[in-house]
Design a protein around this ligand. Structure first.
Ligand code: UD1
Ligand code: MG
Length: 451
């Protein structure tokens, strides 16, 4: 069997005002990734698969997101919002190239999977000219109803145009469709706008296909996969579904999640083997966790990599660009940002390490702070291999601490420290013999006089 070529048109031009947000709807996130990126990831990839995204006017941010996620995608602008069929035709130029299969998906339906796209395409290899993705809706209000004659799809009726009888149908249109690419333009061009909203409805393609003597079929999927997002409640529901899926996938891959329902993952989180994640951990986008690593409770990790057998937290925060080498450890109330922490290094308590390179086996004592920002610019701190930074030291960047160097507790280090040197920067200590006893007596006398 030779692979069929495909064009996927993703509609992302909707207004989404019910999100009550300045952010375009499809740029809202689920599991650390925009709704649109989820759909673009699921759409067919690789040789023979092309992609077009239809966006609204003045939606540069959406176009940027398309380019970021799929550099191979073309964008088309739908200048006026005249309906889903009208939106698809904004990509006419791409459709006219005549791929074998034309897939249409909505940018606000982020839970759709690559397998479902593949299942939808399968009937086109047989006789069907159109395959529609359907689902059984718990509450079908608002959705287009799939009207069947036996198991043949005869029409999709939008909720607003449906009769009371048709509204009882719970099999609904998910919005995702696959067309025979050679007939797609002919079908789309025949869609009119004679309905209650005066819009060009993509769903009318079904009746047109039937009139042309061709066949339309339904492929069913679960409601969870095709939840469309129009408001923040639905966004939260989609997040819950996605998190449940990601947790299950992590468990299936052998990750130990002590309390799965309390752990938040991102769609792109990568796990090695024998990773343990304790309760109440939040993992944002771009995180890789190596074999045997343990993430203790209440840690928050974004755009970072964690090496083999490394330990994180409890209460650690890894901000973008943090990397922990094999067996390295960051403990409670440690924050890292743009920091490479080499193998076996330890930062066990109460530290900020940002714009830094920490050499292998270095030990940063409690309260070590890299002072990386002067109010205008960020500067780098380099700590050598096996260096020992005493408790509560401030390392004022730019500064380099040599290999094996030793920094006395409480020092404010502003000058480079050579390899194996000891740097101590603090006032000499004075001990006054009997001073504490004399102080106490003086205060007790003063109190007795008052009383
Ligand atoms: C649509 C379907 C309905 C289906 C439901 C599933 C049509 C006519 N109706 O209804 O049968 O049950 O989805 O969620 O297709 N869009 C544009 N330009 C437009 C109009 C829409 O780009 O002019 C985009 C929107 O951004 C959105 C998608 O198309 O991503 C669907 O539009 P929406 O208004 O949400 O349609 P529904 O009323 O939900
Ligand atoms: Mg919708």
């Amino acid at each position: 069997m030779t692979a069929r070529s495909s064009l996927t048109v993703v509609l992302a031009a909707g207004e989404g005002t019910r999100m009550r947000s300045a952010l375009p709807k499809v740029l809202h996130q689920v599991a650390g990734q925009s709704l649109l990126a989820h759909v673009l990831d699921a759409a067919p990839h690789g040789t023979g698969a092309s992609l077009a995204v239809v966006i609204g006017p003045d939606h540069k941010a959406v176009a940027d997101e398309v380019r970021r996620v799929r550099a191979d995608a073309a964008t088309f602008v739908q200048a006026e919002r005249l309906g889903t069929a009208h939106a698809v035709l904004a990509a006419r130029e791409a459709i006219a190239r005549g791929a074998d299969d034309l897939l249409v998906a909505f940018g606000d339906t982020p839970l759709i999977s690559a397998e479902t796209f593949a299942r939808l395409r399968a009937p086109l290899e047989q006789r069907a000219a159109l395959a529609v993705l359907g689902f059984r809706a718990a509450d079908p209000t608002g959705y287009g109803r799939l009207l069947l004659d036996g198991d043949r799809l005869v029409a999709i009726r939008e909720h607003a145009d449906a009769t009371a009888e048709e509204r009882k149908v719970t099999l609904c249109n998910a919005g995702v469709m696959a067309f025979d690419g050679r007939r797609a333009l002919e079908i789309l061009d025949r869609i009119g706008n004679a309905n209650s909203k005066g819009e060009y409805y993509l769903v009318d393609a079904v009746e047109i296909v039937r009139e042309m003597g061709l066949e339309a079929v339904v492929i069913e999927t679960s409601e969870d996969e095709v939840r469309g997002i129009n408001n923040k409640t639905q966004l939260a529901e989609a997040e819950a579904v996605m998190q449940a899926r990601l947790r299950q996938a992590a468990l299936d891959a052998g990750v130990t999640l002590v309390a799965p329902e309390t752990v938040y993952l991102a769609a792109d989180t990568k796990f090695g083997s024998d990773v343990t994640i304790e309760p109440f951990v939040v993992i944002g986008p771009g995180v890789t966790i190596g074999d045997g690593a343990v993430i203790h409770s209440f840690s928050h990790i974004v755009l970072s990599s964690i090496g083999k057998n490394a330990l994180v937290g409890p209460f650690a925060r890894m901000r973008p660009g943090s990397s922990l080498g094999e067996g390295a450890k960051i403990g409670n109330f440690v924050e890292t940002k743009a920091a490479t922490i080499e193998a076996g290094a330890k930062i066990n308590h109460l530290s900020y390490v940002g714009d830094a390179h920490v050499g292998a086996k270095a030990n940063l004592g409690a309260g070590t702070i890299t002072c990386n920002y002067d109010g205008f610019f960020k500067h780098k701190t380099t700590i050598g291999e096996g260096a020992f930074i005493g408790t509560h030291a401030s390392l004022v960047a730019p500064v380099k601490i040599g290999n094996g160097a030793y920094i006395g507790s409480g020092s404010v280090i502003t000058k480079d420290v050579p390899d194996d040197a000891m740097a101590v920067e603090r006032s000499p200590q004075t001990n006054r013999e009997g001073g504490a006893a004399r102080y106490r007596e003086m205060k007790l006398r003063a109190k007795a006089k008052e009383g």
